[in-house]
Structure formats: C-alpha cells, structure tokens
Design a protein around this ligand. Structure first.
Ligand code: ADP
Length: 630
C-alpha cells in the first residue's frame, strides 16, 4: 500500500500531556485560590482598620462636638465630689469657678478640657476606647505627649491634619488616631496665657480604640474565608480530577479505537497486498489513483498517476467503444460495473483484463471514488477459445462416429441375416451329401450350434452398438441443433411426459404427481427431452421394495425458474454424485441404458444458461434440480 503510516506513540504522548495539563491546571487553580484568600484576608484587615479608623474619627468628632458644646456654654457646673474637685488650672482664669446652690451645695465649673479628661479616664477604667488631649506645650504635665503623639504633633506643625496607625499599648493592639486642635476664640480664655492666638495649632486630640474585639470578629471572618476557599479549592480539584479520569477514559477508548483501526488497516493492507490482482481506489473526478496494492506496481511509478496513464499508457481517459471508461460508466449508472479492457502490464505486454468497478458515494450521493480491481483473463480467454475449438472438434467426431458408423453397422446387421440363410442352406446340403457319419456330426454341430451362437453375440453387440450410436447421435444433436426459444407452459410439458410414459408407469405400478410449476423460457423439444430423461430415470431406477412415487415441483426466484424431479427409488451412492452427469457414467453397468441420458440433460440445460444438480440418498430416493431462465 502506498499510504503513510500513523505515528504509533501518539496516544501514549497524548495521555502523558493530559496529566501534565491537569497538573498545571491544578497548580494554577491552587495559586488562584491562594491569591484570592490572601486578597480577601487583606480586604478584611483593611476593612477592619478602616472601621477602627472611622470609629476613632467618629469618637473624636463627638468629643469635639461635646467640647464645642461645653465651650459654647462657657463651661458647665457640676457638684464637687471626690472625683470632681475644682479645676486648679481655672483658678484665676475664670471668675466664679466655684459657686453654691441656694441650698448651699458646692458647684465647680467644668470646662471642655476637664470634661474630656474625666470622660477619658472613665474610658480607661472600662478598658474601652479612651482619648487624650495633648500638646507640645501642655498646661497640665499629665497632658504631655507620649512618643507616638509627639511625632503626630510634629506632623501637625508641617500641615498634616490627622494621623492614625496601629500601635501596641500595654501589650494590646490599639487603633490610634490623632486630629489637630486649632485654637478657637473661646479656647483662648484658658490658653491665651500660653501665647496662643486664634487659628494656631494648639495640640491634638487623640483616641485609642482597642483592636481586640475587631480582630476577634475579623479572625472569625478570615476563618470562614479559609473554609470557603478550601471548599472551593477542593471542589475545583475534584472537578479537575473527575475531568482527568473522564478524559483518560475517553483517551483510552480513543486509543483502543485507534489501535483497532490500525489493526484493521493492517489487515486490510495485508488482504489487499495478498491479492494477486491489481486493486485501486481512484478519484472519480480527476482519475488519480489514491490507493493501490502491490500487484498494481504503482510504487515503481510516480505518485498521483491517473488510471488511464498506468493501465492504458494514455494521456486522456478511455472513451472508445472498445474501451468504455469504467469510471464514467459508474458515474452514469451509480452501480457496480464489469467491463473488458486491454491493459498493458509493467513490461508493456497487452493483457485482456476483466475490470470490476464499485462506486463509493459522498454525503450528497455523488460518486466520489471508485474501487477497481482487475482480473487478468488472458489465459482464461485463450483456454475458452481452445475449449470452444475442441468442443467443435469433439462434436464433429461424435457426429461423424455416430452417423457414419451406422451404415457399416446396418451392413453387419444385413449380412448376419445372410449368414443365417447360408447356414440353413449348408445344413440342408449337409443332410444330402454322403460323408462319414462322424464328420457329418461335427460339421452339423458347427453349422447348427457354434456359428449361430457366434452370430447371436454379433447380433447382441450390433444392437448394443446401435443403441450407443443412437445415444451419441442424440447427445451430438442436443448440442448442435438450433434452439427455438419460447415461453414454455411447464405444467403442460410435464403432463405430456407423464402421458408418454404412462405405459411404463402402469407396468411398474408407480404413481406420479405435479405441483404448481412456473413457466420458463426455452426450446420446447429440448426441455421435453430433459424432463423425459429425468422422469424416465426415476422410473428406471425405482426401488422394487416399495411402490414408486415420482413428484415434480417448482418455484420462481430471482428471475429463475427452479424445478425438482423427486423419486423414492434406489438412490445414488455419494461417491457417484459428482460424476453422474459425465458421459457414459453409470452406477451399475448392465442395468439398461448407456450412461448418456444425464449428459444430454446437462448439455441442454447449460445451453439454456441453466443449471442441473442432484441430491440423493441410497435406499431413500433422489432429487434432480433444474434451473432455467423465466
Ligand atoms: P442411463 O442410460 O444409464 O440411465 P443416465 O445418464 O441417464 O444413463 O444415468 C446415469 C446413471 O445415473 C445411471 O446409470 C444410474 O446409475 C444413475 N441414475 C440416474 N438417474 C437415477 C435415479 N433417478 N435414481 C438412481 N440412479 C439414477
């Protein structure tokens, strides 16, 4: 075969790369999940910080609001208690720092700073958020800035309005936020003595919010992110795993299918190459040979060769009446065709070839390719010719033998009567002549016994020879006489045969029956001869152990008429079945007949393009089948 072979390792490589792809996908999936987890954790952290910052800003704004409200009212009076002692920093700064209620209870003035401080101390006690007012120049030493606040205050000097960050305070994490405090007119009541003017940066108000509750809440969310991401990763990986298993299974099935196709291809190649006849697949449009076997000898010629170049040595497709183009014919009829062409073998010798072409159709029902195989029938043709010649000669010999030998035989028959007359005359003479008695007796024995007995044998042989010659003549005629083909009513024909043989039927006590018989086309006389011989034989070879029954039946199939002559006679031994139609063949000699009847049947049936065959069982009977054209 001239087609290229596929790479055998391909499926294996595909399987390997499938695993690699899956591993790469799993890795990418893991990276995606990890990045998403990190981003989500970061987002949670940022949200937590933003929330803490907003909370701190809100607290500061509220503090400032309360301070502004307090300052707007010029301070508030509260009862003097253990915790609320008169503010020493207001002494001498405001008149009426301490006053009394009409009932004599002590009241002291709470300015914004004092109020804020007290609230902040409460916050510290609760371990919740707490604030702190500070400045680089604090009035109270407790208000001095810690290092973080100091750096924030220094940033305020450079124009920054707010500073925030996460810081550790006494081992716990806090969100610290500090906002600049600008000296307002009402602030100057207390702070003017420090040299502040309206609009100056007076310090900062800081708030510290414990992060622990927020971190705890965030941790819970981060935990759930871990769980969600792990589940997602697991789900994705499982899907990948299932996908891999399914793909591998499919890949395996595909590999097996490919393997099977390869085997079938190899088998097909071997089958095609084992064929000793050239085999091709030809493109029906451009006539190029797409596939061929070794016998086509295409490998020694160029590829893409056309069929007419290879087999006819032509430049154009065949189109003459002697060589009708197989492909054109198939395209016209859309059916398989068989044609006879003269091709040239690889050495350029002409060969008579039987071209068998089969169409291959495309999806639109058009002939796209043609399968063609060529049988070299040169020898067969020659043998056919020789056989025809030989047959003709044989017919001639049989005719001459049977015809020309008859006249000497008639002579022999005639002269043996003469001998008888002569013997009778001799016998009379012998009685009259006078010779010794013993000699007379001897001569009388020769004349009356010896010679008549020999003449009797000659007579029997002449009869036998006559029968043989008649048979041969019949055989010769059955192959020579012209056939007058017509539609034959077989029911009538078989009935005629039965009528003709009625006497023999009665003599043998046999019966006959005929079923529905389809008509056929043939020469009435010849077909009559066929059935006369078959029914005659059925009668001749009846079994004396049982009454003979001869049945003739028939049916029609695929344009052929089939008939069966069945008897319940002695049957034919199996070793004789394949020779039974041969000329002069007999199972048992001396049972009558010359062994020519079935040869005549075969000759006539074959001249009608029909067939004859037999099935038989010794002791049960025989069935002779005949097929004839309808
Ligand atoms: P023959 O003149 O001897 O009958 P045939 O050619 O008609 O010659 O038959 C050849 C031989 O086939 C016969 O001699 C006989 O042995 C056998 N034969 C033919 N027909 C039958 C039959 N119906 N039953 C058994 N034997 C048969």
């Amino acid at each position: 075969m001239t087609e290229e072979k596929e790479n055998n390792n391909k499926p294996f490589k595909y399987g390997m790369s499938l695993r690699k792809y899956t591993a790469a996908l799993l890795f990418s999936w893991t990276v995606i999940i990890a990045v998403s987890l990190l981003l989500n954790i970061k987002h949670h952290r940022n949200t937590m910080f933003d929330t803490a910052r907003i909370q701190a800003q809100t607290l500061i704004e509220k503090d400032l609001l309360y301070r502004r409200w307090n300052a707007g009212h010029g301070g508030l009076y509260a009862f003097v208690t253990q915790e609320t002692q008169p503010n020493p920093y207001l002494e001498g700064v405001v008149s009426e720092r301490d006053i009394q209620t009409p009932s004599g209870k002590e009241l002291t003035l709470i300015n914004p700073a004092y109020m804020t401080r007290q609230v902040n101390e409460l916050g510290k006690l609760d371990k919740s958020s707490f604030g702190h007012i500070t400045s680089l120049k604090p009035i109270r030493s407790e208000n001095a800035a810690d290092p973080w606040e100091r750096s924030a205050l220094e940033a305020f000097e450079k124009g920054v309005k707010e500073v925030s960050s996460l810081e550790m305070i006494e081992g716990a994490e806090y969100m610290r936020l500090m906002r600049v405090l600008i000296a307002e007119k009402r602030c100057l009541i207390c702070h003017e003595r420090q040299g502040y003017k309206e609009g100056d940066i007076r310090g900062g108000l800081s708030v510290s919010i414990p992060m622990a509750p927020m971190i705890a809440a965030s941790e819970a969310e981060v935990q759930s992110e871990y769980v969600v991401h792990f589940v997602m990763w697991l789900f994705g990986s499982l899907m990948l795993g299932i996908g891999l298993i399914k793909l591998e299974r499919k890949d395996k099935e595909r590999s097996q299918a490919e393997e099977q196709i390869r085997h079938q291809n190899d088998l097909l190649n071997n089958i095609l190459n084992s064929m000793t006849h050239p085999f091709y697949v030809i493109d029906a449009n451009d006539y190029t040979i797409k596939l061929s076997n070794h016998a086509a000898h295409l490998e020694i010629t160029e590829k893409n060769m056309t069929c007419y170049e290879l087999t006819h040595n032509r430049n154009t497709p065949c189109d003459d009446s002697e060589h009708p183009c197989t492909i054109k014919r198939i395209k016209e009829t859309k059916k398989a065709v068989t044609l006879e062409h003269i091709h040239h073998d690889k050495d350029g010798n002409p060969r008579i070839v039987e071209v068998h072409g089969y169409p291959i159709f495309d999806s639109n029902g058009n002939v796209s390719q043609v399968i063609e195989y060529n049988l070299d029938i040169t020898e067969r043709k020659q043998a056919d010719e020789d056989r025809k010649l030989l047959n003709k000669e044989l017919q001639q010999i049989i005719y001459v033998t049977s015809h020309d030998l008859r006249s000497p035989l008639v002579n022999v028959e005639g002269y043996h009567k003469e001998i008888r007359y002569s013997l009778e005359a001799l016998s009379t003479i012998l009685k009259e002549i006078d010779i010794p008695e013993d000699k007379k007796e001897k001569i009388a024995f020769i004349i009356d016994k010896d010679i008549p007995e020999s003449v009797k044998y000659i007579d029997a042989s002449v009869v036998k020879m006559d029968a043989l010659l008649s048979g041969l003549l019949r055989l010769s005629r059955s192959g020579r006489t012209e056939l007058h083909m017509e539609k034959i009513d077989m029911k009538r024909l078989v009935s005629d045969v039965f009528d003709t043989l009625e006497y023999q039927f009665k003599e043998k006590g046999a019966s006959h029956e005929a079923g529905e018989l389809p008509s056929c086309t043939g020469d009435d006389k010849h077909i009559n001869q066929v059935f006369s011989n078959l029914i005659g034989n059925a009668l001749k070879y009846f079994d004396p152990l049982r009454p003979g029954v001869i049945k003739v039946s028939g049916y029609k199939k695929d344009g052929q008429a089939f008939y069966c002559v069945e008897d319940n006679g002695i049957g034919i031994p199996p070793e004789h079945l394949d020779k039974i139609f041969d000329i002069f063949h007999q199972v048992q000699r001396g049972k009558g007949g010359e062994g020519l009847g079935l040869s005549i049947v075969k000759k006539i049936v074959e001249r009608h393009n029909g067939k004859v065959w037999v099935e038989s069982e010794v002791g049960k009977g025989s069935r002779f089948y005949v097929s004839l054209p309808v």
